[in-house]
Design a protein around this ligand. Structure first.
Ligand code: A3P
Length: 339
């Protein structure tokens, strides 16, 4: 394996992405943006699925019947196609080309993306549709992402190994129960890429988290006062869900009665979302791992849903390294997560 086989360099931003991105990257940059679109942008594992369901329900006047459709078909992740590598199996084909799907969606469209500011459609910056950005404490993201990589990408390194990649950029090889994982970070911090080759199942998978989280967030934090941008923090959603729903509804020009809001809170509750196959990606995961017994059935896409879980994982030393990154990138712009 060589990194040259699994990654391409994308400018601007010097971000490495899977080769599949080449097929859609240009198309994404040139995507026709509509004024009544709602864009949900976030770094992975920030609670974006939770926010995505909230936003979709609000735009669609709490249509819980319609919400039974798999979320990828209602509020697609724009770059999903790039993340599936060359896996041509039926379930993947069923998901189709995510960019094409967005192009053909009826308005008002709800579009989710993890791409950083530089790689978003050019028209987004001109047409200025509503953009909701979701952020979360990087320490909690690192824990959540670690479990996610373990679940989806069969990452078998330790949490400390993962944080080394997340923070500093390293190369390495790890063994798995199938074959081996080649993982690679590039340049710095969270440029983490994995190429997983599970020969036993003839399965090749390439994915890419989307660059330095501190920069990803900064780009939106500094634009948060623009009227078409709403900046949300996962921690605030947890602390006062009702207020977040009110804030988002107002931002999207919707108004709901008290009991409707209570119904939405129930629909979005952690326990309901965890059981909801349209949201929790379990149907996709089941297909991905159909012939394989998952080692840790408790480790789900919607995992724990807590603020401050990093305290159960991080040593003081590691926590300080994250604090240094926060300080380096966010001190001047006054961005803090108080947990
Ligand atoms: P944890 O792994 O810390 O539990 P994303 O959707 O961006 O990948 O983010 C996933 C994170 O959001 C996971 O965090 C997941 O549990 C959390 N999450 C999803 N639905 C939630 C809900 N209804 N309430 C609280 N947290 C939720």
């Amino acid at each position: 394996f060589g990194v040259e086989n699994c990654l391409i360099e994308v400018n601007p931003g010097n971000i490495l992405l899977p080769p599949k991105y080449e097929e859609i990257g240009e198309r994404i940059l040139n995507l026709e943006v509509k004024f009544d679109d709602v864009w949900l942008v976030s770094y992975p594992r920030t609670g974006s699925t939770w926010a995505q369901e909230m936003v979709w329900c609000i735009i669609n006047n709490l249509d819980y019947e319609g919400a039974k459709l798999l979320s990828q078909f209602r509020a697609p992740l724009l770059e999903l196609t790039a993340l599936f590598g060359n896996d041509k199996r039926e379930w993947k084909n069923a998901l189709g080309n995510s960019v094409e799907q967005v192009e053909n969606m009826p308005s008002p469209r709800c579009i989710k993306t993890h791409l950083p500011w530089d790689l978003l459609p050019t028209q987004l910056k001109i047409i200025k549709p509503k953009i909701i950005y979701v952020a979360r404490n990087p320490k909690d993201i690192s824990v959540s992402y670690f479990h996610y990589c373990n679940l989806i990408h069969d990452f078998h390194g330790t949490y400390e190994d993962f944080c080394e990649l997340f923070l500093h950029g390293k190369k390495g090889i790890a063994s798995t129960r199938y074959e081996k994982i080649i993982w690679e970070t590039f340049r710095h911090f969270a440029y983490l890429f994995m190429r997983i080759n599970i020969k036993k199942r003839n399965y090749e998978y390439v994915t890419a988290p989307v660059g330095n989280i501190w920069k990803h967030v900064s780009e939106f934090w500094k634009r948060r006062h623009e009227p078409h941008i709403l900046f949300l923090k996962y921690e605030d959603m947890k602390k006062n869900h009702k207020q977040t729903i009110a804030q988002v509804s107002e931002f999207l020009g919707k108004k709901f009665a008290e009991e409707e809001i209570n119904g939405l809170i129930e629909h979005l509750s952690f326990s309901k979302m965890r059981q909801n196959p349209a949201i929790n990606l379990e149907p996709i995961l089941e297909k991905m791992y159909d012939s394989v017994e998952r080692e840790n059935a408790e480790n789900k896409f919607i995992r724990k849903g807590q603020v401050g879980d990093w305290r159960n994982y991080m040593s003081n030393e590691l926590s300080e390294k994250f604090d240094e990154m926060n300080e380096k990138y966010w001190n001047d712009i006054d961005l803090f997560f108080d947990n």
